[in-house]
Design a protein around this ligand. Structure first.
Ligand code: ZN
Length: 474
């Protein structure tokens, strides 16, 4: 049994803890003892009191995550109340000095939070809900700079596909109407230019610095994304300064990024090694010796330069895997990496046709599919020359954009323009002599709608261009 499946199993069991037999308890406690995770409500020895320090909320698609930062482990019960919908978290032997407020977020299922002491020694926290939810909960042990955490994931009950197109006879359903564009959002691509500031990254035989190439390619990609319908770029590093790896991960998560793309151009002792490669986080060992070597190099940025290292026992991989197992991020990361490799293969040599896997600290986002692109080997004289050239940088950026398009065509989250647009769109390949207004007329859509959908301004179109055409109603 892999560590991952153990953990997944553990989380499932924790919600039915009365069914856990003593042997399994031993096993689960052993896992917890490794610093991997702690399980809700298991009778742990020396259950000292706990305190809620603060609440943090984030929204990812249909799921609202509420994190209780705790001093000490939580001993808690979770239950539902209806009319109106509320979720009650009873914490035994617990208190708080904090106000336990959350920011209002339009997509959150939580309308408000109240709390009060109970039974002299306990704490009750009540979440007022905007709609019924499926709750999941688990605890995380302290990590590098994080305390004990109690995590609640509240997923909309109506999120299983019916919410998008309610049947007309649905009780209480609003009159059917097209969803306005304002309700839908762009997908957000976090672009992380590797290294920066006092960390130059690898340096080529001609003196080219990895941090400069990474930033230039990132900026080109960001510009392309800004011109792309339905996509938005979030640059993690915008200039020549250093950012610790954890900070990069945090910024992507705070931006509610849909994907995280870290851009590098690495080095290898053997200068004949060349070509691009794409990496994702490994669940265990590295996929090759070279992958392991590169991951160690990249992770060193923090160790050498005074950032907080993300390796080590207190930020165990198991801890991260717990989250990954729940969110399906690894599967999505793998798809994204494959799409990128397909496109990079068109602009230059791809070193390995398969997605490489290794334990890169910067890819450890539990809920954002993350990949690392090595755009080439700066230690190879030919690669170095190409990486410096603006035309090659532009080709790389275009390849990455095309890879992102391909990924989002199947993986855009509900509520995004791309996910919504994908349903009712047809593709039209422009033939010689066609005009934008003529095409609009043929498909019975307005020229302005056609421009909006395709991010086209004016009437400039070209033969062979592929237009998305709304095929009904919208
Ligand atoms: Zn690098």
């Amino acid at each position: 049994m892999s560590v991952e499946s153990l953990i997944t199993w553990g989380v499932r069991v924790a919600r039915h803890r009365s069914e856990i037999d003593p042997n399994r308890r031993q096993l689960l406690r052993a896992l917890g003892g490794l610093g991997a995770l702690s399980l809700a409500g298991l009778p742990l020895p020396a259950a000292a009191g706990s305190r809620v320090e603060r609440l943090r909320m984030s929204v990812d698609g249909e799921t609202t995550r509420l994190v209780f930062d705790m001093e000490g482990e939580a001993d808690y019960e979770l239950f539902h109340l209806q009319s109106p919908d509320r979720l009650v978290v009873d914490l035994a032997n617990a208190n708080t000095d904090a106000t336990l407020e959350i920011n209002d977020h339009p997509r959150s299922v939580i309308e408000g939070v109240r709390h009060a002491p109970r039974n002299g020694s306990d704490l009750r926290v009540v979440l007022d809900l905007r709609e019924p939810v499926d709750p999941r909960s688990f605890q995380l042990m302290p990590a590098q700079d994080s305390p004990h955490r109690l995590v609640l994931d509240l997923t909309r009950k109506s999120s299983s596909g019916t919410s998008r197109a309610p049947a007309d006879d649905d009780e209480g359903a609003e009159p059917r109407r097209g969803r306005s564009q304002e309700d839908l959002r762009d997908v957000i691509v976090a672009i992380d230019a590797g290294h920066g500031g006092h960390d130059p990254g690898a340096i080529g035989p001609g003196g080219t610095r990895e941090k400069d190439v990474a930033l230039e390619v990132s900026q080109r990609l960001a510009e392309l994304i800004e011109d792309e319908w339905g996509m938005k770029a979030e640059m993690i590093r915008t200039g020549d300064y250093f950012l610790p790896l954890r900070e990069r991960v945090n910024r992507a998560r705070e931006a509610d990024a849909d994907v995280f793309v870290s851009i590098h151009a690495d080095a290898f002792p053997d200068s004949s090694v060349n070509g691009s490669s794409v990496y994702m986080l490994s669940e265990g060992g590295a996929s090759s010796e070279a992958a392991r070597f590169l991951a160690e190099r990249e992770n060193q940025a923090d160790l050498r330069l005074g950032g907080v290292p993300m390796n080590g026992k207190d930020d165990s991989l198991s801890n991260v895997l717990l989250d990954l197992a729940q969110s399906g991020s690894l599967e999505a990361s793998s798809t994204l990496a494959e799409r990128m490799i397909d496109e990079l293969d068109r602009v230059g040599k791809v070193r390995r046709p398969k997605v490489e896997r290794a334990n890169f600290a910067v890819l450890r986002s539990p809920d954002v599919p993350s990949i690392l692109v090595e755009a080439g080997f700066i230690s190879n004289p030919q690669d170095e020359r190409r990486l410096r050239s603006s035309s090659y940088q532009q080709s790389l950026a275009e390849a990455l954009l095309t890879g992102l398009r391909a990924y989002f065509s199947t993986h855009a989250r509900p509520g995004t323009l791309i996910a919504d647009g994908g349903e009712d769109m047809e593709k039209h390949i422009i033939r010689p002599g066609e005009t934008l207004s003529g095409i609009a007329e043929n498909y019975s859509v307005s020229p302005s709608r056609l421009r909006e959908v395709n991010g086209v301004s004016g009437d400039t179109i070209y033969t062979g261009q592929v237009l998305e055409v709304p095929s009904r109603g919208s």
